[in-house]
Design a protein around this ligand. Structure first.
Ligand code: SF4
Ligand code: SF4
Length: 166
């Protein structure tokens, strides 16, 4: 079933865009420190538990960059856009990945993987098959914002003209 943003923008993810490169599997990011995730998981946070049961943190950013440069770049850009310090990002790789791109549980992979990318606003690596559609969505959103701003200006101009009449 199409999601709300898909209907609004008149787009749909292509059904066969994933070439199973494994870039997203090698470069998942969290802004919360690993210890915080552990604490949350221990306190019963199911999202943190699910994430930690699947992903293993890289020892260093350099290691993450070597394994998933496009994913690291995408998350870094999103962090900056959301006023999050990119230095706070922790990168992870999936324990079910064998080699660079062979998912050991592909037919039964978690919902997080089946639903990736959830929206065009997330960290989508530039090498990903979904990237061009996501960029096109973001560009449509920018156009809609500009049209909305222009309509607001016109509305304000009309309102100020009206207020001069009696
Ligand atoms: S980065 Fe994109 S193309 Fe590569 S495995 Fe992930 S979803 Fe598929
Ligand atoms: S479960 Fe498979 S598809 Fe999902 S992140 Fe791990 S290796 Fe990738």
């Amino acid at each position: 079933m199409p999601q709300e943003w898909e209907q609004l923008l008149g787009v749909q993810w292509p059904s066969n865009a994933c070439d199973r490169s494994g870039e997203c599997c090698r470069g998942a990011a969290q802004a919360a420190p690993w210890e915080n995730l552990l604490k949350n998981a221990a306190e019963g946070d199911l999202t943190a538990r699910a994430f930690l049961s699947q992903f293993i943190p890289y020892a260093t950013l350099e290691e993450a960059n070597q394994n998933a440069p496009h994913a690291v770049q995408a998350s870094t850009e999103i962090a900056i856009a959301r006023n999050i310090n990119p230095q706070d990002l922790i990168f992870y790789h999936c324990r079910y990945l064998q080699g660079k791109s062979d998912c050991q549980v592909y037919e039964d992979r978690p919902a997080l993987c089946r639903d990736f990318p959830e929206s065009p606003f997330g960290a989508i690596p530039a090498c990903c098959g979904y990237y061009p559609v996501a960029q096109s969505c973001l560009s449509s959103i920018e156009t809609l914002k500009q049209e909305l701003a222009s309509l607001k200006d016109k509305q304000n101009a009309l309102n100020s003209t009206d207020s001069t009449k009696f």
